[in-house]
Write a protein that binds this ligand. Structure first.
Ligand code: RIB
Length: 303
């Protein structure tokens, strides 16, 4: 069983559906309000765990009602939470999510996620060193990810970076990234290229490879993904499925990719597996709650 360590955010997702996005100064009615476990770190860790990897999660929550609810949820899943700090004085992170026809708009309140400092990461170095794949996003301080990836690279481990929400990334962090996963808007902000065609993807990937990254995936939601496996660029379409909620679909993709790579699957096969897992995730409500199990993905992949 491959070992995956995810360092990242845990949020309580405050999710509501609407048929009409409010304009400035406007109030609209919503429906199906739910408080659900989320955070890119938690979602990616749950995805890798449900898909069969041995997973550890490094992050932080507050000692409040949201933190307790996230802990209770994590206890029902098969992953190690010894790297989870419970901060007595800071609130648990939240994500306010508005869904319009399944598409999400999200505002993050970092809360305890901001307390995952480089010092905290250093205290958890053995979790990083004991894993095959280390995964991180940008909902915790960037300096902490740099430290985690440096520890990982010193121990010859593979790093997967998902720069979301996008911000300027330091040159030193790029030097310790092996696999980069970005969506269309993150790709555009990093490269200045709006990816619509295979040629656009090739150009954007060429720019990103100049940063020294070997393998790159550009996710296009329901349209599929472009990727470079280290040798060449390819496109893979997504499965058409009924969309209920897209929240966390990208996280499912990344957790599945990490899990498959930790099992030594070829990169193109790992991408295909991740596409199928994330297609299933959009058919259900919520982020972590919608992530499929390995059996569900296998059944879905049957011809
Ligand atoms: O990627 C989806 C996640 O982004 C949500 O679960 C929310 O918490 C935010 O972190």
């Amino acid at each position: 069983m491959g070992k995956v360590c995810v360092i990242g955010s845990l949020n309580m997702d405050l999710s509501i559906m609407t048929t009409k996005m409010p304009q400035a100064g406007e109030t609209v009615m919503g429906s199906d309000f739910q408080m659900l476990p989320g955070g890119k770190g938690l979602n990616q860790a749950i995805a890798a765990a449900r898909l069969g990897s041995e997973v550890s999660l490094i992050g932080a929550i507050g000692a409040d009602a949201f933190g307790q609810a996230l802990q209770a949820f994590l206890q029902t899943e098969k992953l190690a939470c010894t790297g989870l700090q419970i901060h007595p004085e800071v609130a648990t992170g939240t994500a306010t999510i508005i869904l319009e026809q399944g598409e999400n708009r999200i505002i993050i309140y970092p809360g305890a996620n901001a307390t995952v400092t480089p010092e905290v990461v250093r205290t958890q170095r053995t979790l990083v060193q004991a894993s095959d794949i280390i995964v991180a996003q940008l909902e915790i301080p960037q300096a902490s990810i740099e430290v985690a990836f440096q520890i990982a690279k010193s121990a010859q481990k593979v790093t997967i970076f998902n720069p979301a929400p996008i911000q300027k990334v330091s040159e030193t962090l790029w030097t310790v990234v092996d696999i980069l996963v970005v969506n269309e808007s993150e790709c555009q902000q990093l490269t200045g290229i709006q990816v619509s065609t295979f040629g656009d993807a090739e150009q954007a990937i060429a720019k990103l490879r100049l940063l020294g990254i070997k393998q790159i995936v550009i996710t296009l939601g329901g349209n599929g993904v472009y990727f470079h496996d280290g040798n060449h660029c390819e496109f893979r379409p997504a499965q058409k499925v009924p969309v209920v909620d897209t929240t966390g679909a990208g996280d499912t993709f990344i957790g599945a990719l990490a899990s498959a790579i930790s099992e030594k699957m070829a990169f193109s096969q790992a991408v295909e597996y991740a596409i199928q897992a994330s297609a299933l995730a959009v058919t259900k409500r919520g982020a972590a709650t919608a992530i499929p199990t390995q059996t569900e993905v296998m059944e879905f992949m049957q011809p």
